[in-house]
Design a protein around this ligand. Sequence first.
Ligand SMILES: Nc1nc2c(ncn2[C@@H]2O[C@H](COP(=O)(O)OP(=O)(O)OP(=O)(O)O)[C@@H](O)[C@H]2O)c(=O)[nH]1
Length: 636
Amino acid sequence: MAVAGPGHEKLGVTRSTRGVSSIPRLSDTTFTDPAKIRNFCIIAHIDHGKSTLADRMLQVTGVVEGRDMRAQYLDRMDIERERGITIKAQNVRLPWNVAGTDYVMHLIDTPGHVDFTYEVSRALEACEGAVLLVDAAQGIEAQTLANLYLALDKDLTIIPVLNKIDLPAADPDRYAAEIAHIIGCDADDVLRVSGKTGVGVTELLDEVVRLIPPPVGESDAPARAMIFDSVYDTYRGVVTYVRVVDGKIVPREKIKMMSTGTTHELLEVGIVSPDPKPSKGLGVGEVGYLITGVKDVRQSKVGDTITLAKNGATEPLTGYREPRPMVYSGLYPVDGSDYPVLREALDKLQLNDAALAYEPETSVALGFGFRCGFLGLLHMEISRERLEREFGLNLISTAPNVVYRVEMEDGTEHVVTNPSDWPEGKARNIYEPIVKTTVIAPSEFVGSIMELCQSRRGELGGMDYLSETRVELRYTLPMAEIIFDFFDSLKSRTRGYASLDYEEAGEQISSLVKVDILLQGEAVDAFSAIVHKDGAAGYANKMTTKLKELIPRQQFEVPIQAAIGSKIIARENIRAIRKDVLAKCYGGDISRKRKLLEKQKEGKKRMKTIGRVEVPQEAFVAALSSDAASDKPKGK
Ligand SMILES: Nc1nc2c(ncn2[C@@H]2O[C@H](COP(=O)(O)OP(=O)(O)OP(=O)(O)O)[C@@H](O)[C@H]2O)c(=O)[nH]1
């Protein structure tokens, strides 16, 4: 048992014999002495090797045997196969022994992307320390910094680590200096590991035990546990991951969700190491899962506090927040008859995604659909992709918009999530959400990045050199400017070297207007947009030109206009044509003529009629699609 298997040798891992003794009895080790617990997470920029390092930790601690390693854990898609529970490999308990003492470490997974900052911050809340992982060939990137600041905000102990030191391109000395400069430590304190070969992982785990403080909590107080993750499992309903702060939770007890006051019976409590194992309960500082038979993740919300239904705590743990959609877009089935399928698909998706919001809406141009709210662009893209892939739908989404607040002269206030709800009349103040943005890039691109940010109404907040050749730029930008093709423009201006991160930063007053697009005097709702007044002409010209290309000529002239209120700001004309399908059919058989006319009628069925103008559905799809619209949102 204690001998490293062949898998370890191949990977260069000398598996420690130290953690092994406590593995078989892990499920019995409930109510571990908090002094022997270490709760930590790994924070990193995307692709800096978080998952690989986590896998290696599973292996080095003996939680996963070497020969099972590749099949079970590196292939993430396999992981959720027909088990009774959805596993998150990283919310895992790892045994470790240092100098003869057994410790229990909980490695807590954090979602990496900016859309899920709230979830990241909740996961960090469940830890006392964080491993800050930086690719030794790339150095610090924007998400490294964003996550680092979040961790510092929570007063976590940071262990700086350079990963991928096996790479020929690795330059650990240079990047150790960069990290030391940012977090104010000594460059020699930056550990060097390779998640791939396993070098340095044992030492890193020793440091986790040595440097990260144990959790503190009151074991006799009423139970309080924080939900830091919640997943929907087809077989078992919602599986909730918690960290116990005070007291203890045991199966069969009735618990209460403090944000809503709802009570549930605890059907199962357990730990994950690496498979879920039911346990007798969870005590102070412990991390594990709960199953209550709840069928919808909205009843088990990330950030909420769980207590006992009877004699429970009265004060929740701090900082719970309802997930709030930041970006809205209309989703419509390309084939109108798929509307009920879309409704069912959204219902199902929401079981697993507390942040997804939707309500039915109708559009003159696109028919029946839903107005959907998302945390951000990536969330939007993932949701749309899942709807299309998992439910076989073909969807059109309207251009995304942020949430505006409009104060009218008459004192009323409107929250606008859809351009078509823009209030009529005179506005006193219009507020739009803004974000604080961090861009990290080689210094040669500074000019070009500044130009881009300025063209998107950005305000420079500061600029710092991370090293001689790399620079961090901080801008405040309207969120609406980021959700369009900002990241793509940034990448193309910096030949792919820039990284970007942003966080919400409140709102600002702006001069915004609603631009309508009219076909023969009728507004086409799907194309209305809220834009800054300086960008209105640009949007107007782009859309009118695009539609002119896409809409076929009709039997009469069709003006395409863009307007702000009643003021026309752009115009194109589609010239009249009468397509005579009988033109080539001289004389001959009447039934043939009839057939041609029937066929023409068939074609017209797929047309949408806006006023008198017939527009093929494809024209709308094309106008809203990525190639045609430079305002198509892109993920990060
Ligand atoms: N050479 C080398 N490659 C590594 C090492 N660690 C990770 N990689 C590679 O780097 C890539 C990204 O690794 P992941 O572990 O998926 O990175 P991640 O940070 O979890 O990425 P996301 O889950 O996408 O955020 C993969 O191709 C890994 O094989 C390492 O120590 N050395």
